[in-house]
Design a binder for this molecule. Structure first.
Ligand code: AMP
Ligand code: GLY
Length: 421
C-alpha cells in the first residue's frame, strides 16, 4: 500500500503541494481539505472539511488511515492544528502553535531576532499612539508600520512620509483596523535592497534550505499599484549570489531554528524568511511558518528528489535526501479578477485549458458550476513554465496566456523582470 496523505488548505500553493506529492511512486492517494474544484483534474481527492474544523479533520484522517497530513496555510497552524493532530496520535507536518508564533506575532519575531542577533531592521513596538508618533519622528520617513498579528497580508504599510505613517498608526491603534491583530504595532526602519524569499525544511535545529524565489507583491507592472497576496514568482533568483544565500542560512535561518528550540518552541515545518539583500548583508523583513504563495508553485518544481519521501523522512525522524535542480528557471504568473485586490468580479468563467502544453496551471480561487470552472476569489489561477533561461520560461508563460481567454481578468506582463536586468 502506498502512502495516503491529507493536505490542508485550498489555494494554488496547496495545488502545487498536492501535485508534487502525487508525482512520488510511493504515494497512492492525496486528499485535500477543502481544496478547490480545479485540483480534481490532477487526481487530487477533495474533502469537504474546512481548514478550521480540527475535529472533523482528525476524524477523517483516522477513518481513512492517513499516513501523515501536511498543513498549507498559517491560520490553522496558529489555531493549533498540529498540536491537536499530535494529541490525537496522528503524524502531521507543520509547526505547533507556539512555534508558528514566529509568523503570528511580528513583535515576537522581532524579539527572537534581537535575542539571537539575527539581522533585521531597527524597530520598536507600541500599543500607545502618542509614543509611536514620537518614534516615527525620530526615525523619519520612509518608514514601515506593521500590525503585530495576522492581517491576511494587508497589515504592512510602507509610508513614504511621516503623515502617511501617522495615519497608518491612527488606523491600526485608534481605529482597530485589524481588530486584535493591530492592538500592537511594530514600527521599523525602511530597508533598501533587493527583496527575495528563502524557505527551508526545518526540523528542530536541522535546517535544509530551498532555492531562492522572488514574489511580485504589487498589482501592476514595474512594482506599481497596491500590495496583493502575490502576482507571480520565479526561482531561483540569479541576482542573489550564492554567498549571500549561504550567509542568510548561517546568520538567519539556523540561529532562529536553534533559538526556537531554546525557547521551548521547537519548529518543525517550512520556515519562510522574507529577506532584503542590503549593503550590509541579508536582513529579515518577515518570517512565515509555512510555504509562501506563489513561491511554492515555482520552488517545488526545482526539487529533484521525491517530495513525499522528504516529508515522510522528516515526520518519521529519518534523514531526508534533498537535491535541487542546478540549471534553468521556473516562473509563474497569477491571473486575477479585474479589480483585485479591491472589490473584484466573481463567477468569471475559466477558459478551456485542454490545449495548454509546456505549462502547468495551478488553481486557487475557483469553484465548479455545472461542470464549468468559474472564479471564486481574487487570485484565480497561476500559469507556470520552465526554461533554460528566465526569458525562455517567461516567454512560455505569456505564449500560453496569449492563447487563453482571460476576459474579466488581468495579469502582470513583467514577472521575472528583475532577474533579467
Ligand atoms: P509583508 O506583508 O511583511 O510581506 O510586507 C509587505 C511588503 O512591505 C514587503 O514585501 C516589502 O516589500 C515591504 N517591507 C516590509 N518591511 C520592510 C522594511 N523594513 N523595509 C522595506 N520594505 C519593507
Ligand atoms: N508570498 C508571500 C507569502 O506567502 O506570504
Amino acid at each position: 500500500m502506498g502512502l495516503k496523505i491529507l493536505v490542508i488548505g485550498s489555494g494554488g500553493r496547496e495545488h502545487a503541494i498536492c501535485k508534487k506529492l502525487l508525482e512520488s511512486p510511493r504515494v497512492s492517494t492525496v486528499f485535500c481539505a477543502p481544496g478547490n474544484a480545479g485540483m480534481k483534474r490532477d487526481g487530487i481527492q477533495l474533502v469537504p472539511i474546512a481548514e478550521t474544523e480540527h475535529h472533523a479533520l482528525i476524524a477523517f484522517a483516522k477513518e481513512q488511515t492517513i499516513d501523515w497530513s501536511f498543513v498549507g496555510p498559517e491560520v490553522p497552524l496558529l489555531n493549533g492544528i498540529v498540536d491537536d493532530f499530535a494529541a490525537a496520535g496522528l503524524l502531521i507536518f507543520g509547526p505547533k502553535k507556539a512555534a508558528a508564533l514566529i509568523e503570528g506575532s511580528k513583535d515576537f519575531a522581532k524579539k527572537m531576532m534581537d535575542l539571537y542577533d539575527v539581522p533585521t531592521a531597527a524597530y520598536q513596538t507600541f500599543t500607545d499612539f502618542e509614543q509611536a508618533q514620537v518614534y516615527v519622528k525620530k526615525l523619519g520617513a520612509p518608514i514601515v508600520i506593521k500590525a503585530d498579528g495576522l492581517a491576511a497580508g494587508k497589515g504592512v504599510v510602507v509610508a513614504e512620509n511621516e503623515a502617511e505613517a501617522i495615519s497608518a498608526l491612527d488606523e491600526m491603534l485608534n481605529n482597530h483596523k485589524f481588530g486584535a491583530s493591530s492592538g500592537k504595532v511594530v514600527v521599523e526602519e525602511f530597508l533598501v535592497g533587493e527583496e527575495f524569499s528563502l524557505m527551508a525544511f526545518v526540523r528542530n535545529q536541522e535546517v535544509y534550505p530551498m532555492v531562492t524565489a522572488q514574489d511580485h507583491k504589487r498589482a501592476f507592472e514595474q512594482d506599481r499599484g497596491p500590495n496583493t497576496g502575490g502576482m507571480g514568482a520565479y526561482a531561483p533568483v540569479p541576482q542573489i549570489a550564492d554567498e549571500l544565500v549561504a550567509e542568510a542560512v548561517e546568520t538567519i535561518l539556523k540561529p532562529i531554528a536553534k533559538g526556537l528550540v531554546e525557547q521551548e518552541r521547537a519548529f518543525s515545518g517550512i520556515l519562510y524568511a522574507g529577506l532584503i539583500a542590503t549593503e550590509s548583508g541579508p536582513k529579515v523583513i518577515e518570517f512565515n511558518a509555512r510555504f509562501g504563495d506563489p513561491e511554492t508553485q515555482v520552488v517545488l518544481q526545482r526539487l529533484e528528489s521525491d517530495f513525499a519521501e522528504v516529508i515522510d523522512a522528516l515526520v518519521t525522524n529519518r534523514q531526508p535526501e534533498i537535491r535541487w535542480k542546478k540549471s534553468g528557471f521556473h516562473l509563474g504568473t497569477v491571473i486575477a479578477a479585474n479589480g483585485y485586490p479591491e472589490a473584484y468580479e466573481k463567477q468569471i468563467p475559466l477558459p478551456d485549458f485542454s490545449a495548454v502544453k509546456d505549462a502547468t496551471i495551478y488553481f486557487a480561487g475557483v469553484e465548479e458550476q455545472k461542470e464549468q470552472l468559474v472564479s471564486a476569489g481574487g487570485r484565480i489561477y497561476l500559469v507556470e513554465a520552465s526554461g533554460e533561461t528566465l526569458q525562455e520560461a517567461q516567454a512560455k508563460v505569456y505564449r500560453t496566456l496569449d492563447n487563453l481567454d482571460t476576459s474579466g481578468c488581468f495579469y502582470r506582463k513583467d514577472i521575472g523582470f528583475k532577474g533579467m536586468k
